[in-house]
Design a binder for this molecule. Structure first.
Ligand code: NHR
Ligand code: GAR
Length: 220
């Protein structure tokens, strides 16, 4: 392996457990990345503490201080681009991004979404899976495009829905998978194995199937 590390900026809005999974994997050197900065659109969230605990520069850009989504996104882009990142990672980031923003980072921005896309784009995915009586639910990692939760999917993991699940218990089961899946997806990107071209995902140079790789942690 070379010493070159993929430079990553992580965008958060809250607890930052996915951020923590990436920090831990990077510190283990399982992941050849440098997390250059963390940006949150909310002040006083746990994810900012996690960054501080690991000496990662952290920025708060409150969407409430801007009169338009465009102006908010422009400020985000300034801070991100000052880091010279190779990859932008949305990890529980809760603001819809403008097409100018998604275009600027096309092919180098990932999101983790708590559903088996294309099911349940948008919010409240766990409750929606319960309300629909689904027997399985899960998580998807996709490249971010202008279409909300509509970019090509690189990886998915499935979990069962149990009879006595609440949105909280189901979310916790999904999150366990998230913390395995996101470091893996970022590793593949950092190694150049996962790529985005012309609106599709490629793995080792081959187009990926729709839905991406179906990752089954239980077979490890
Ligand atoms: N932006 C674009 N253009 N495309 C995507 O795929 C995006 C994106 C921004 C965020 C994450 C996404 C998710 O995984 C994401 C993907 C926020 C909302 C939302 O409705 C929806 C989806 C996602 C994130 N946000 C409200 C808004 O008005 C605010 C909600 C709140 O603050 O709680 O921006 O689910
Ligand atoms: C994660 O479960 C992620 O899938 C979800 O929010 C949680 C963030 O947790 N993302 C979205 O709902 C995006 N709209 P974390 O802050 O502890 O990583």
């Amino acid at each position: 392996m070379s010493d070159f590390k993929t430079r990553v900026v992580v965008l958060i809005s809250g607890g930052g457990t996915n951020l923590q999974a990436l920090i831990d994997a990077a510190e283990d050197e399982a992941l050849p990345i440098k997390i250059c900065a963390v940006i949150s659109n909310r002040d006083n969230v746990k994810g900012l503490e996690r960054a501080a605990n690991h000496n990662i520069p952290a920025f708060v850009v409150s969407h409430k201080s801007f009169t338009s989504r465009e102006a908010f996104d422009e400020r985000l882009m300034e801070i991100i681009d000052a880091q010279g990142p190779d990859l932008v990672v949305l990890a529980g980031f809760m603001r819809i991004l403008t097409p100018a923003f998604t275009e600027h980072y096309a092919g180098r921005m990932l999101n983790i979404h708590p559903s088996l896309l294309p099911k349940y784009q948008g919010l409240n995915t766990h409750q929606r899976a319960l309300d629909a009586g689904d027997e399985e639910h899960g998580v998807s990692i996709h490249f971010v495009t202008a279409e909300l939760d509509g970019g090509p999917v690189a990886l998915q993991a499935r979990v069962p829905v149990l009879a006595d699940d609440t949105a909280e218990t189901l979310a916790a089961r999904v999150q366990t998978q998230e913390h395995i899946l996101y470091p893996l997806a970022v590793k593949w990107f950092a190694e150049g194995r996962l790529q985005y071209r012309d609106g599709a995902c490629y793995f080792d140079g081959e187009p990926m199937p729709a839905g991406g790789v179906n990752y089954d942690a239980s077979t490890e």
